[in-house]
Design a protein around this ligand. Structure first.
Ligand code: GLV
Length: 306
């Protein structure tokens, strides 16, 4: 009985040590050094080479080392075993703090004060009341729900949109295409927490982003390919969108040629809104492996979009 580990080639040693501390009985083999494929019971992977997971005849489950499942969606063939997502509360915490940071930045107009400072100019501006400041979160999955709940607990007026209707306490829910259009029209800050799939690719395009009120802001932290970059750049240049805080991009690292780098009201961060720390996340993964060993269901099992 053994684990195959591959964190996309990075930090494998730290992951192996962290997993070993919870599962001391289980040998861990770092891919591609797998002495006996038939000994592998669990694959703990992130961006693993496509097709390789079919090579382990006794595999019981695939445990993914991250929240996004787009790499799994791109597999053409996978063994018929449960695929378990990683729900690490530490990541949810960090990502909602990233969103709170930018929402407050935009709400208080900090860039304006920064500009005033450079001119030694003392002038107060009205800060919109939090309860009137409309933050609309696209996606009510694991991360979107976490973000919406945290924003609502902080006192913002929170809207949440999901493909199918999902209720969140103290949050106004929208669903379906018309629901998304209705929500965009009543938004001060739009937060992109959508998963990337064929239905969401370039969903934030000229048409949809233009539905935001003039002066709205965008925060994007799930996947960059959900945004039509040229449309966003044009809408920022025209002043329709006031600011964008972007943590993820269609191609990462962001190309040196990207106009985003040079736009003063675009805030580029290098996919750092939430980090998966081996010392915390390994416990979540180990608990799922223990659950399977005891004949229980792991949580949450990923169900690919039909
Ligand atoms: C990171 O982007 C993740 O999906 O966990």
């Amino acid at each position: 009985m053994a684990i195959l580990l591959n964190n996309n080639g990075g930090e494998n040693q730290a992951w192996a040590e962290a997993l070993e501390s919870h599962l001391p009985e289980m040998p861990i083999h770092i891919y591609p050094e797998i002495p006996d494929p038939s000994s592998i019971d669990y694959a703990v992977v992130w961006h693993h080479p496509h097709g390789d997971l079919n090579n382990y005849p006794n595999l019981k489950a695939i445990l993914v080392l991250g929240a996004g499942m787009d790499h799994i969606d791109q597999e053409t063939s996978l063994p018929d075993v449960p695929i378990v997502r990683l729900v690490d509360p530490t990541v949810g915490d960090e990502m909602s703090q990233y969103v709170l940071y930018w929402v407050m930045h935009f709400q208080r107009g900090y860039e304006r004060y920064r500009a005033q400072q450079s001119e030694q100019h003392w002038q107060r501006h009205m800060t919109p009341f939090s309860r009137d400041y409309r933050v609309s979160v696209l996606g009510a999955g694991l991360i979107g729900r976490f973000v919406s709940e945290r924003l609502a607990a902080t006192g913002f007026c929170v809207h949440s949109w999901n493909r199918s209707q999902k209720e969140i306490d103290k949050v106004r829910s929208f669903s379906g295409e018309q629901g998304m259009h209705d929500m965009l029209a009543v938004t001060d800050v739009l937060v992109n927490c959508l998963p990337l799939n064929s239905a969401t690719k370039r969903l934030l395009n000229k048409e949809t982003l233009s539905m935001l009120p003039k002066g709205a802001n965008l925060i994007s932290l799930s996947r960059g390919a959900i945004i039509d970059d040229q449309a966003l750049i044009d809408l920022i240049d025209s002043g329709h969108i006031a600011n964008a805080a972007l943590d993820t991009f269609s191609v990462e690292p962001l190309s040196n040629a990207s106009p985003y780098w040079g736009q003063s009201n675009v805030f580029v961060t290098p996919h750092m809104s939430g980090s998966t720390y081996p010392q915390y996340a390994s416990e979540v993964i180990a608990n799922n492996i223990k659950r399977i060993e005891q004949g229980e269901q792991p949580f949450p099992v990923y169900k690919p979009r039909p």
